[in-house]
Design a binder for this molecule. Structure first.
Ligand code: DGL
Length: 286
């Protein structure tokens, strides 16, 4: 029998109807909701399992070995839920772990940086990237952008305070505006013509950032482009769902009530959120 809700889906292996299996998406917290929003818009028939690793956020100040371990644990859990594809709705994970886990898992896994870099080169020649400390340090955006177009100039700024402020729902706090002004300052000095949200949390700051940027600076949201890439891959693999979707399932490693409360403003509805205990994998030597 086909599961009537996504909560039953982990008891069902979808081998008879692989298109109806959910897509798994994950982030450290509410950042991935900016990707979920695009999934709802562009792929309304897909069932989705959202995982937020809220017990261990922020990811952006973690080492590569830690990120790799967390991502492995999440992917093992996603596999147990029989997802048909995983979107890393997290730039930090995409920058530090995508390559390694693609070798280890047989699931299709999409990262957000390459689609974001492709969108960036179509948006300007002087590109600013705001990102977590780990993503900025990895240079993942610079490498991806310059590989597509070596004539484009890239400036990256690490923004350690943004994720905690967003997770605390302090978007409209005057302090957030002050912090944003100081992060954007060096990019404005370089007269950037496009700004990439190099962290999925940052589109939540759109009104604040827009108020500080000249109107000619284009804001590039990689979320939109990773979902377009996902649609393309689903078609190539014959995995696009044409049936009505199951309700989105939300799971977190931290406090479910806290996640429900902070995500309602982005979702427009109060989600049911379950707590999940991930199975610890050994720390790698990377
Ligand atoms: N939203 C994630 C990203 O895109 C992770 C942010 C964090 O936890 O530091 O990088």
């Amino acid at each position: 029998m086909f599961p009537s809700s996504i909560f039953e889906s982990d008891l069902y292996d979808f081998s008879e109807a692989p298109q109806r299996a959910p897509i798994g998406i994950f982030d450290s917290g509410v950042g991935g909701l900016t990707v979920l929003r695009q999934l709802y818009r562009l792929l309304p028939n897909e069932s989705i399992i959202y995982f937020g690793d809220t017990a261990r956020l922020p990811y952006g100040i973690r080492s590569q070995a830690e990120i790799l371990q967390y991502v492995r644990e999440i992917l093992i859990w996603m596999q147990q839920q029989h997802v048909k594809m995983v979107i890393m709705a997290c730039n930090t994970s995409s920058a530090l772990a995508l390559e390694a886990v693609r070798e280890e898992f047989s699931l299709p896994i999409l990262g957000i940086i390459l689609p974001g870099a492709r969108a960036a080169v179509n948006s300007g020649k002087r590109i600013g990237v705001i990102a977590t400390p780990a993503t900025a340090k990895s240079n993942a955006y610079r490498h991806a952008i310059v590989e597509i177009n070596p004539d484009v100039q890239v400036w990256q700024v690490s923004c350690p305070e943004f994720v905690p402020l967003i997770e605390q729902s302090r978007i409209h706090d005057p302090y957030t505006l002050q912090v944003a002004r100081s992060y954007l300052e060096p990019l404005l000095q370089q007269e950037i013509d496009a700004l990439v949200y190099g962290c999925t949390h940052y589109p939540h700051l759109a009104p604040v950032l827009r108020s500080l940027l000249p109107s000619y600076v284009k804001l590039v949201d990689p979320a939109e482009y990773v979902v377009a890439a996902c649609a393309q891959d689903l078609d190539i693999l014959g995995l696009r769902n044409t049936h009505p979707p199951m309700p989105t399932r939300f799971a977190v490693s931290g406090c479910p009530q806290q996640f429900a409360q902070s995500s309602v403003q982005w979702l427009g509805y109060h989600p049911t959120v379950e707590a999940v205990q991930l199975i610890n994998t050994p720390v790698s030597s990377h």
